[in-house]
Write a protein that binds this ligand. Structure first.
Ligand code: HEM
Length: 396
């Protein structure tokens, strides 16, 4: 066993010009034991970077997702994973067995079959966004006008959130995923979202619709109060993550067009970019050994999914985009009981988005050199701030 104490990894995690994880990750994976680092919050944590160790952390019952345990880490100076007192029903922050009630109730809504049934509605949303792009001219910011709007509209329809409120919930979510937001900004964004969803739930109690919030109200397994946190988690998790992956994927597919329309490309893009690298926070509730490292009860742990997904012992030439590899064992959606509930939906959204975008706008190209794209280094999610594109004005 070792007690490795290394220099902190430089946060933010990614470097200009490098689409994949920091160079330090490769070094950390080779290190005996784990690497002690300091998050932007100043909190010391154990960074877990090997694929096998990440999976172990995410499945060991002595390691908790619940921020009410002493020592639970947070990424930014402010905020962090909310407790049940702050946001009741924020079930990603619960351990089994409490977590199971939420998961069991929600799983049937996100099965492969259920998501397949959503395909026509998702296709309609994608088509309408592309109609709007084409009607507006021959240039666009593909993040704001497509990559963000598609998953936002999809999750809104699923939950029963009115489309007109998109700007509101996107802006509040951005505050919550940005590392530099202040305490006051976060508190106000959380409260505004909770107030908004509370009002929406009250409306749906009076007039139920054909949407997930109404179905959960009728089911009753999740209480009225918990439903606020559940819908907030789904709304937040459901758009920003997918938007980042759609945007980055467009850049990659533009220079690898033979993979457009191939489902293997979607899986490889999820692995390659691993946008949710800094999302799964944990704390040891008992002493536990991971990867030859003793972690004491009360110490924070951060399994870095991008590091695991670039582990050369599992993925050959990990920093290359190669859809021919089998990427299915990636952990971009996490692993174990908290593995992403929306993953089937994400795959369908990405598949429809790429197929439709490139077939309807075949002359699509970047409007700036790839090195000038503005990558996100200030948040818990990796992505692009903007994606300026253009196409021939004779399109369609
Ligand atoms: C590219 C898109 C996405 C990525 C990379 C992603 C990634 C992740 C990761 C890494 C986790 C695990 C967190 C942990 O272990 O603490 C997670 C959990 C979760 N995700 Fe996603 N996600 C994406 C899209 C979505 C979408 C579209 C939805 C909603 C429809 C969603 C809903 C959730 C929920 C509810 C959880 C918590 C599950 C639980 O605790 O049981 N995600 N996601």
């Amino acid at each position: 066993m070792t007690t490795t104490d290394r220099c902190p990894v430089a946060f933010p995690l990614r470097r200009p010009g490098r689409p994949f994880p920091p160079v330090e990750y490769a070094d950390f994976r080779r290190t005996e034991g784990l690497v002690k680092s300091t998050l932007p919050s100043g909190v010391p944590v154990w960074l877990v970077t090997r694929h096998e160790d990440v999976r172990t952390v995410l499945t060991d019952p002595r390691i908790s997702s619940n921020p009410s345990h002493p020592g639970f880490p947070r990424a930014a100076k402010t905020g962090g994973v909310p407790s049940q007192d702050q946001v009741p029903g924020w079930f990603v922050a619960l351990d089994p067995p409490e977590h199971g009630r939420f998961r069991k109730t929600l799983i049937p809504e996100f099965t492969v079959r259920k998501v397949r049934e959503m395909r026509p509605a998702i296709q309609q949303i994608v088509d309408a966004r592309i109609d709007a792009l084409l009607a507006a001219g021959n240039t666009a910011d593909l993040i704001a006008d497509f990559a963000l709007s598609v998953p936002s509209l999809v999750i809104s329809d699923l939950l029963g959130v009115p489309h007109v409120d998109r700007d509101f919930f996107e802006a509040k979510t951005r505050v919550l995923v940005t590392l530099t937001s202040t305490d006051a900004e976060r508190e106000s964004a959380t409260k505004a979202l909770m107030r908004y969803l509370n009002r929406l739930i009250t409306i749906k109690q009076r007039r139920p619709g054909d949407d997930l919030i109404s179905r959960l109200l009728a089911d009753g397994t999740i209480s009225r109060q918990e439903l606020t946190g559940v819908s907030m988690l789904l709304l937040i998790a459901g758009h920003e993550t997918t938007a980042n992956n759609i945007g980055l994927g467009v850049v990659t597919l533009l220079s690898n067009p033979r993979w457009i329309g191939d489902e293997r490309a979607v899986e490889e893009l999820l692995r390659y970019y691993s946008v949710a690298d800094l999302v799964a926070f944990r704390v040891a509730v008992e002493d536990v050994e991971i990867g030859g490292q003793l972690i004491a009860a009360g110490e924070g742990i951060v399994p870095l999914v991008a590091a695991a997904n670039h582990d050369g012992t599992v993925f050959d030439r990990p920093d290359e985009f190669d859809p021919e590899r089998s990427a299915r064992s990636h952990v971009a959606f996490g692993y174990g009981v908290h593995q992403c509930l929306g993953q089937n939906l994400v795959r369908v959204e990405m598949d429809i988005a790429y197929r439709t975008l490139f077939s309807r706008i075949p002359t699509l190209e970047l409007a700036v050199p790839v090195e000038e794209l503005s990558l996100k280094y200030d948040g818990v999610l990796f992505g692009l701030h903007e994606l300026p594109v253009r196409w021939s004005s004779t399109e369609e």
